[in-house]
Design a protein around this ligand. Structure first.
Ligand code: 2IT
Length: 447
């Protein structure tokens, strides 16, 4: 296989699907050499099959806003790959959602899920519904209308959605309520990220952020460094950033910045527990405004409009917001400000130019599909608890999450160690995930 040939074909077939093309290119570049050592993959056309989703559902979602006006959005579910388990992946509600965005996320999810060591295929879904400024009632009505269509496509052994940007515990609750009514069964295994009193796993809300910090600790340990005392800059203030702030602080690092679409909040003395708790209020408000943090804590927090978290002096950068949020210029600014490590927590948070810059300037870099896999891994643990009708303690879930993140790091080291001894985490994660999915596809025949 030649990456350039496959990419030329995909570009002609899917013009303008830039996120999808970017995600595919990154994986194919990483695996090309290894792939070409396996003629059986080439003969079974594994790559050609793997870059296409198994199927995509598209549906209209109609709901009524608080003014009584009828609103129409589009809903999607991309079932990407089910070689190693049922389709699994989050739902994203964001005004910029397109099929390209969900295809990139479903493609990434396939390899990420393979890295978790749990049997889960890859999927993603969502809608161009914009939660910003919506009331709680509007969110509920939208979730109910969305599930009215989605429920036919999902099931505990078929496809198990969860949250993503714009979809948290509250939305999963409304989605599940409607699913239960339509399906006429109490089958909690159909969604993950549920409330802890009705089948949700303890620690699922924290899991993506906690897992990211466990992975970062592993990376630093391998490099002979310690996270204690490090300054950490974090983008976003949603669920993932929240979990990362808790664990980074607990491990003795200082979170000196969080950000939003409006700008950055600099926190020179480090974020406090009170401020971390306030992030939940900010998320629930649907205002999407980080300045609310400095309004609430003016003495500790300095807000600068229009600036990113990457403008703040730090040792470690943790992008926790959105794809392509960190550009090559941002990477250069980070380096100039003394940053020496970037662990990508958002899916494809760094632009290709930024990754290239990090890798060629001695800055440790690890990709989202390894770093953020603790979220979906804990979803997998939630599925196990639901299937066996039991509930584990927080300590049990945390121990399993930690073990999984250690294992993901080991897989990256195994497949990513270069002849000069350095570790290419991008290659490592991509090859490890790819080999598992490719082998399963091969063994299951041409379907
Ligand atoms: O990007 C992700 O891994 C998620 N949004 C979580 C998916 C899941 O099924 O828990």
């Amino acid at each position: 296989m030649k990456t350039t040939d496959i990419m030329a074909r995909l570009r002609a077939k899917y013009p303008g699907e830039n996120e999808y093309l970017q995600a595919v290119q990154e994986v194919l570049e990483s695996v090309e050499d290894v792939y070409n050592q396996h003629p059986e993959f080439e003969q079974a056309k594994i790559v050609e099959r793997m870059v296409e989703p198994d199927r995509i559902f598209t549906f209209r979602v109609t709901w009524v806003d608080d003014k009584g006006e009828v609103q129409t959005n589009t809903g999607y579910r991309v079932q990407f790959n089910s070689a190693i388990g049922p389709y699994k992946g989050g739902l994203r509600f964001h005004k910029a959602v397109t099929p390209s965005m969900l295809k990139f996320l479903g493609f990434e999810q396939t390899f990420k899920n393979a890295l978790t060591t749990l049997p889960m295929g890859g999927a993603k879904g969502g809608s161009d519904f914009d939660p910003v400024g919506k009331s709680n009632d509007e969110i509920m009505r939208f979730c109910q209308a969305f599930m009215l269509e989605l429920w036919q496509c999902i099931g505990p052994d078929q496809d198990i959605p969860a949250g993503d940007v714009g979809v948290g515990g509250r939305e999963i609750g409304y989605l599940y309520g409607m699913y239960k009514k339509l399906a006429r069964e109490y089958n909690t295994g159909v969604l993950t990220g549920k409330g802890s009193t009705w089948g949700g796993s303890i620690l699922r809300p924290e899991a993506t952020g906690f897992g990211a910090l466990y992975f970062t600790q592993n990376l630093l340990h391998k490099a002979g460094k310690d996270i204690k005392g490090c300054k950490v800059a974090i983008s976003g203030f949603g669920n993932v950033a929240w979990g990362a702030c808790i664990k980074a602080t607990e491990l003795g690092a200082k979170v000196v910045a969080i950000s939003g679409p409006d700008g950055v909040c600099e926190i020179p003395d480090g974020i406090t527990r009170e401020m971390i708790d306030y992030m939940l209020v900010m998320r629930a408000s649907n205002r999407n405004r980080v300045q609310d943090m400095s309004d609430k804590f003016p003495a500790a927090c300095k807000f600068t409009a229009g600036k990113k978290a990457w403008s703040v002096k730090c040792d470690i950068a943790l992008p926790c917001a959105f794809q392509n949020e960190l550009s090559e210029d941002d990477a250069k600014e980070l380096k100039a400000n003394g940053c020496w490590c970037c662990c990508e927590v958002s899916n494809m948070g760094c632009q290709p130019g930024a990754i290239h810059f990090f890798q060629h300037n001695g800055i440790f870099f690890a990709p989202g599909k390894a770093v953020n896999a603790g979220g979906v891994a804990t979803s997998g643990l939630e599925m196990t608890q639901n299937a066996s009708h039991i509930s584990w303690s927080g300590a049990e879930v945390d121990a399993k999450l930690h073990f999984i993140m250690d294992s993901i790091h080991e897989q990256c080291v195994k497949y990513g160690t270069q002849p000069d001894g350095t570790i290419d985490y991008v290659k490592g994660a991509n090859i490890a995930g790819f080999m598992k999915v490719a082998t399963a596809m091969l063994e299951q025949g041409t379907i």
